[in-house]
Design a protein around this ligand. Sequence first.
Ligand SMILES: [Zn+2]
Ligand SMILES: [Zn+2]
Ligand SMILES: [Zn+2]
Length: 325
Amino acid sequence: MEIHYLLALIIYICSCNEQKVSEIQEVEETHLEVKRTYVTSLVILGTIQDAGQPHIACKKQCCVDLFENPDKDKQVISLGLYDKSTGKKYLFDATPDMPRQMKYLKEFGISSENEMADGICLTHAHIGHYAGLMYLGKEATDAQNVPVYVMPRMKHFLQNNGPWDLLVSRKNIVLNELENGVAIQVSDEVKITPIKVPHRDEYSETIGYRIEGPNKSALFIPDIDKWEKWDKDIIEEISKVDYAFLDATFYSGEELNNRDISQIPHPFIIESMEKFKDLSEQEKNKIIFIHFNHTNPVSDPNSKAAKNVLDHGFKLGKINDIFEL
Ligand SMILES: [Zn+2]
Ligand SMILES: [Zn+2]
Ligand SMILES: [Zn+2]
């Protein structure tokens, strides 16, 4: 064999090996099975109430198996947004499950170089909705200048209380102040509007978001007191959008030992279904229930409760489901 030919063969074999190595690395980086979308879209990154599932100290059937065998589909409530016009990604709420959710978002739409979201939009200062910010600090990824969108009280809370103030002073995050009802144009195609809602506001206001894409729009309200307590009419708000992701923490009083549900500050699913019962089929179809407490029977798609919701024309949020905007 001629020496040149031999050399060429060795180089060829080496380059094949290299290619194999990089293929393997790629697979290792994308073990998440990410559903594809090629247009500006939202994705559900989690559906569970703040405390997650298994729920600490739970002795009930809902969590009994999950301490030993966690279910990766039980992630705390969050939405991801892919803006096709800029390639940017936005996270709605920073949950305790944020590491997986951020990785999913990185691969959603087009795969980003950036491990961090291009913006994080927070709703309020309850653990399921902002505690994930802890992963942006020095003990974790030590992020740089991640834009975080917040209302004024939430901003004050993060700036003036540890450990969050360190994220601000070390510039892991940059706080962008929102104003109730005032839209932020994140690109030519996407607009985000914070909408104040009633909730127990110990440390911050609570907001939902209207998210408008080039063709469709969505309402995201993970936490709210009863619909009647709101100064807006939820039915009118639903009529303005194509998708409405709504607080469905509890299904009925049954899961709470038949406590008086009128005293518990969330719209129960049975109350919401009653309120929305006269809506047209098309309007009902926009409603996607989310933010399930670990006790909520609708988490199990085979439950009577889940079937009842679907039979009445409503939807149940499912992790990784995509909604084109
Ligand atoms: Zn919550
Ligand atoms: Zn449980
Ligand atoms: Zn809350």
